[in-house]
Design a protein around this ligand. Structure first.
Ligand SMILES: Nc1ncnc2c1ncn2[C@@H]1O[C@H](COP(=O)(O)OP(=O)(O)O)[C@@H](O)[C@H]1O
Ligand SMILES: [Mg+2]
Length: 252
């Protein structure tokens, strides 16, 4: 199983939409078995797939309850081959609890838990919170690759330096971790976007994907339908996620 952390310290850059659609594209276009982990207390990925709940244990419980196994927190989605571990506000408490409980390692819990399902899935995609906290650090320790969605504006790369520092720190626990690159989301053919992309390409010391995810109203529509783009109406963004996943698979 290869694990991909989708992360950016900023909110509203399409981390959740990208995680959902990268996961679904790996299933639909490439026939991969995929586990999606919602690692944000907002629980938007869980809500998207209709599994947001306080009755079923999720990632918060997996990180704090040593008696739980990963099998206890995996839920099915409506799509065969795409499973999910949900999140809710309990992650707030879990992040504090991990720090207080020094009786066992704090950074490697998710990684350890995922060992039991290495052969059950081809890919694990983790949708992270716009934060560096214990659950995010756990996700980086458990990951092979980091993908960073970026929205074009003057502040697009704010926080990236801190994120890259964090990735370097995490290598103490996980020297497999590779920062695969940033990709632009919500792209429009407006002057500011075209020039912004040029500016970013020159200004950034970070790797950039060629694929840009175009902005389309279809994306907001899918949040209501609970269907990933490729299972919804034909869309530019759906096609772009197909290109993005192909570009990613090509570099691995
Ligand atoms: N390609 C796109 N075109 C149009 N709207 C998009 C696109 N990608 C994301 N969005 C919208 O942008 C908002 C933020 O996306 P989301 O994935 O929730 O960001 P994050 O998880 O980084 O906070 C949502 O309302 C989402 O529907
Ligand atoms: Mg999100």
């Amino acid at each position: 199983m290869k694990t991909i952390a989708v992360i950016n310290l900023k909110g509203g850059v399409a981390k959740t939409i990208s995680s959902i659609n990268i996961a679904y594209t790996l299933l639909k276009e490439h026939g991969k078995r995929v586990l999606l982990i919602d690692n944000d207390k907002q629980g938007n990925t869980s809500k998207f797939f209709g599994v947001h709940s306080y009755d079923v244990p999720g990632v918060a419980e997996l990180l704090t309850d040593r008696d739980l196994s990963v099998h206890d927190v995996i839920q099915n989605t409506a799509y065969e081959g795409l499973d999910i571990i949900s999140a809710n506000m309990n992650l707030l408490r879990a992040d504090k609890e991990i720090l207080l409980d020094v009786s066992r390692p704090q950074q490697t819990r998710l990684n350890k838990a995922l060992q039991a399902i290495q052969d059950d899935y081809d890919y694990c995609v983790i949708d992270n919170a716009p934060d560096i906290n214990m659950s995010v650090i756990n996700s980086l320790v458990a990951s092979d690759d980091v993908l960073v969605p970026i929205k074009v504006d003057k502040f697009a790369f704010d926080g990236l330096e801190q994120l890259v520092e964090q990735i370097d720190d995490v290598r103490e626990f996980n020297d497999n971790l590779v920062f695969r690159g940033c990709f632009i989301t919500m792209y429009q053919r407006t002057g500011v976007n075209v020039q912004g992309v040029e500016y970013l390409a020159q200004a950034t010391p970070y790797p950039m994907f060629d694929t840009k995810i175009r902005k389309t109203v279809r994306v907001d529509e899918t949040t209501f339908s609970g269907k990933p783009l490729l299972d919804y109406r034909k869309s530019t963004a759906g096609q772009d996620y197909v290109y993005l996943v192909a570009e990613y698979l090509n570099m691995c």
